[in-house]
Design a protein around this ligand. Sequence first.
Ligand code: PLP
Length: 377
Amino acid sequence: MIYLDHAATTPVPREVADAMYEVLTEQFGNPSSQYQMGLDMKKRVENWRRTVAAALGCEAERLYFTACGTEGDNWAIQAACWQNRHVGRHIVTTAVEHSAVLECCKWMEQQGYEVTRLVPDGNGNITAEQVLEAVRPDTALVSVMMVNNELGNVYPIADIARGLASRNPKTLLHTDAVQGFLEVPFTARALGADFITVSAHKIGGPKGTGALYIGPRVRNPRPLLAGGGQEKGLRAGTEATAQIAGFAKAAELRMKGLDNKLAHMASIKEYAKERLAEIPDLLFLGNGTAPHILAVSLVGWPSQNIVNDLGSQGICISAGSACHQGKPSHVVAALKLPKKVSGGVIRLSFGPETTKADIDACAEALKRHHDTRMPML
Ligand code: PLP
């Protein structure tokens, strides 16, 4: 199998699975239990928190484990709006966020919030100026993703944070960094966002765990779930110890030689561009600088057919985001491309293990698809 869909999810290395297995079977204690196994587990959860926090570049006490990136996004948006309920009921976001952000913003609309959804240019770019211009005195929250999951565009979060300080210092800033964490270099400390969402399964960790960074400007963040006192009373629910152990192990492994891994992915992406440029009717989309995501269109050939054809040859790529499952992607729609182009969009995404041979096989299969199938769009 040739796996070129790392933006959807990533393989779990053996060491990560082993770390989880030990916690599932031997050290399975509940961190809230008062006997030794529970007390030990509590300490281990704190160690794992320190590991993930170090990878994110923040103090461990600012990091809360969640069940996924989706939860982090929902929690951040609702906590920010709660804190700023007296500032106003306006949210600025983009039309190309992950549905975890977009759907939560729709909920906020149903509760009386006004949502401004910024539209990118034809290359998928959103500028800091565009975001700041949309901010008003009553803007409670700005939520802009760090890396677009379908295009690989990197958005200027640090510039938005700096600009907000003068435009409206009360507005809180959330960034969904699920596709940015350990893919593009940043530290939570230097970024200036008030909330940062990350997820384990995009960096070699298990599905079903993530974390939310909550910065010092957020006072008494409102929990999303009512329940027990876990995570300092802010995220109820028995800690998913095995998932968290796996998350920490994945972050630790990814951090080893991170710069080399990012450089490798960037060189793989460059190589993929060279190889794909040989295919007639192939257009590169966006100008995504994230090293792991490349969006292209085989203009005229329906993307689902391409995905199915390559899938039948053991090559895994996706038609836009895996989360859409066949429905047209809102990200591609926001680019306002001609139907022939938007209908043919596919996404290749890479990991540290991706090889040039993987790219060769994919490029050849795409070329065959082009040469042997009729365009239908
Ligand atoms: N945000 C972005 C940008 C993503 O790409 C994803 C997953 O694809 C998510 C959020 C959701 O993360 P999770 O699958 O952990 O809920």
